[in-house]
Design a protein around this ligand. Structure first.
Ligand SMILES: Nc1nc2c(ncn2[C@@H]2O[C@H](COP(=O)(O)OP(=O)(O)OP(=O)(O)O)[C@@H](O)[C@H]2O)c(=O)[nH]1
Length: 373
C-alpha cells in the first residue's frame, strides 16, 4: 500500500494522473487552464478548483468544463484539504467506475496554498493512492509581481521549490531585465527545472515524470536531461555511489529563499536498492520537516530497467519499474532533493555511507514490496 514506506506495497493499476496547478494569487492559473483545456490531448480532464474565501468563483471562470469541474469547498486547500480533496477524488474515481471517460485530473489550488499537504494527501490516503498518481506539480509565476511575492510569501517559494514545471506568465508586461532576474531567482530556488516563458507556443503540463510513470522514452529522456540542470548549481558528478565527498552548498542571494534549496545528484554506477532505500526511509522518518520532496530515476544493481521513486516529506510512493532506458540516454541514477534547512552534505554523506555498507542485492518490485528480504 502506498503511503507508508518506500518498501511498502505494489503500485495501483492504471491510476489516473493528477497534475497540481499552483501559483500565487492572480498569477494566471485559470487563464492557463482555460487555454490548456482547449488543447488536443486534454479531453477527459476533470478539474478540481479550490478557492480561498466565502464564495468560489473560479469554477465559473474555467471555461468548457461542463460537468467535469468540481469546486472544492471554500477554504484554504492546504488547511482543510485532506477530507475535501480525498472526497472529491473519490467522486472522480466513482465516475470512472461508472464508465465516464476521464483520463486525468488537474487540481487548481488557491494561490495561498502550500502544495505539500496536498501532495501528501494524494500519496498518503490509501484509497486515493490506489486510484490516482501524481503526474507533476506545475507552478505559474507572474513576471511582474513574482519577485515581490517571493519576498513576502514563503508559500510562494515552496510552490516554486516543489515544482516539476515552472511557467512564467505576463512576460508581455515585464521588461527583459526583470524577466531575466526572475528566471535567475527561480533557478536559484529550484535548479532542477528550467523556467519556461508562457507565450503563444504550445505548453504541456502533463507527463512530467518520474511520478507519472512515463511510458514513453521521450518523457524519461526529457526528465533526466532537465533534472541534470541541477548540476549547474555547484553539483558534481558521482563516479560511484560511495565516491567523491566534495560538495558545495547552494548559496542563494535571496534571503527569503535561503532556507529551501533543490539539487540533483547523479550516480554513474548502479546503486544497491537496500542501502539507498534504508537511507531514504530513515531520512524521511527523522527529518520529514526538512525533506520537502525527493524524486528520482534509478539505475539499480541487478535491474535492467529504470526504477522511478518519489516521496513527499515522510510519505513514499511505491517504487515503479519503468519500461526501458531510452537508447540515447546514458544509464545513470538521478535523484532530485528539495530540502529545507538541511545541508546537501548530509544527503551525500548518508547515501555514500549506506550504499557502501549495503550487501549487493537485486531490485525487484516484489522484493521492494515485501520490505526487502
Ligand atoms: N498580460 C497578461 N495578462 C495575463 C497573463 N496571464 C494571466 N493574465 C491576467 O491576469 C489576471 C489573473 O489571471 P488568472 O488566470 O485569473 O489568475 P489566477 O492565478 O487563476 O488567479 P487566482 O485564482 O485569483 O489566484 C487576469 O486578468 C488575466 O487575464 C499573461 O500572460 N499576460
Amino acid at each position: 500500500m502506498a503511503g507508508d514506506s518506500l518498501n511498502s506495497g505494489a503500485g495501483p493499476t492504471a491510476p489516473l494522473p493528477v497534475t497540481l496547478l499552483t501559483g500565487f494569487l492572480g498569477a494566471g492559473k485559470t487563464t492557463l487552464l482555460n487555454r490548456l483545456l482547449r488543447q488536443l490531448g486534454m479531453e477527459g480532464t476533470a478539474v478540481l478548483v479550490n478557492e480561498f474565501g466565502e464564495i468560489g468563483l473560479d469554477h465559473l471562470l474555467v471555461e468548457s468544463l461542463d460537468e467535469e469541474a468540481v469546486l472544492l469547498q471554500a477554504g484554504c486547500l492546504c488547511c482543510t484539504i485532506r477530507g475535501d480533496l480525498a472526497r472529491a477524488l473519490e467522486g472522480i474515481a466513482r465516475r470512472v467506475r461508472d464508465g465516464q471517460a476521464l483520463r486525468r485530473v488537474v487540481i487548481e489550488t488557491t494561490g495561498l496554498a502550500d502544495p505539500l499537504p496536498i501532495l501528501q494527501t494524494l500519496m498518503a490516503d490509501p484509497a486515493t493512492a490506489r486510484h490516482f498518481i501524481l503526474d507533476g506539480v506545475v507552478t505559474v509565476i507572474d513576471a511582474v509581481n513574482g519577485q515581490a511575492t517571493l519576498d513576502r510569501q514563503p508559500e510562494a517559494v515552496r510552490q516554486v521549490a516543489v515544482a516539476d514545471r515552472l511557467l512564467v506568465s505576463k512576460a508581455d508586461l515585464a521588461d527583459p531585465a526583470a524577466l531575466q532576474a526572475l528566471r535567475a531567482r527561480l533557478r536559484g530556488i529550484n535548479p532542477t527545472v528550467v523556467p519556461r516563458i508562457l507565450d503563444a507556443a504550445p505548453v504541456s503540463i502533463t507527463g512530467l515524470g518520474p511520478a507519472a510513470v512515463p511510458q514513453r522514452a521521450a518523457v524519461l529522456r526529457d526528465w533526466l536531461a532537465e533534472a541534470a540542470v541541477g548540476h549547474d548549481q555547484g553539483d558534481h558528478h558521482h563516479g560511484h555511489a560511495h565516491g567523491d565527498q566534495g560538495h558545495r552548498h547552494g548559496h542563494d542571494p535571496n534571503r527569503h529563499d535561503s532556507r529551501i534549496h533543490a539539487f540533483a545528484l547523479r550516480f554513474d554506477t548502479p546503486l544497491p536498492w537496500d542501502g539507498l532505500a534504508t537511507w531514504l526511509e530513515m531520512l524521511a522518518a527523522t527529518r520529514s520537516d526538512a525533506v520537502l520532496r525527493v524524486k528520482g530515476i534509478l539505475d539499480l544493481q541487478g535491474q535492467e530497467r529504470p526504477v522511478a521513486i518519489h516521496g513527499v516529506q515522510s510519505v513514499w510512493h511505491a517504487p515503479t519499474l519503468l519500461p526501458a532506458w531510452p537508447a540515447e540516454v546514458p544509464r545513470q541514477s538521478v535523484l532530485v532533493f528539495i530540502l529545507r534547512d538541511l545541508p546537501r552534505a548530509v544527503i551525500e554523506d548518508g547515501i555514500a555511507a549506506f550504499c557502501a555498507a549495503a550487501v549487493p542485492t537485486v531490485f525487484t518490485p516484489e522484493r521492494a514490496a515485501s520490505g526487502g528480504d
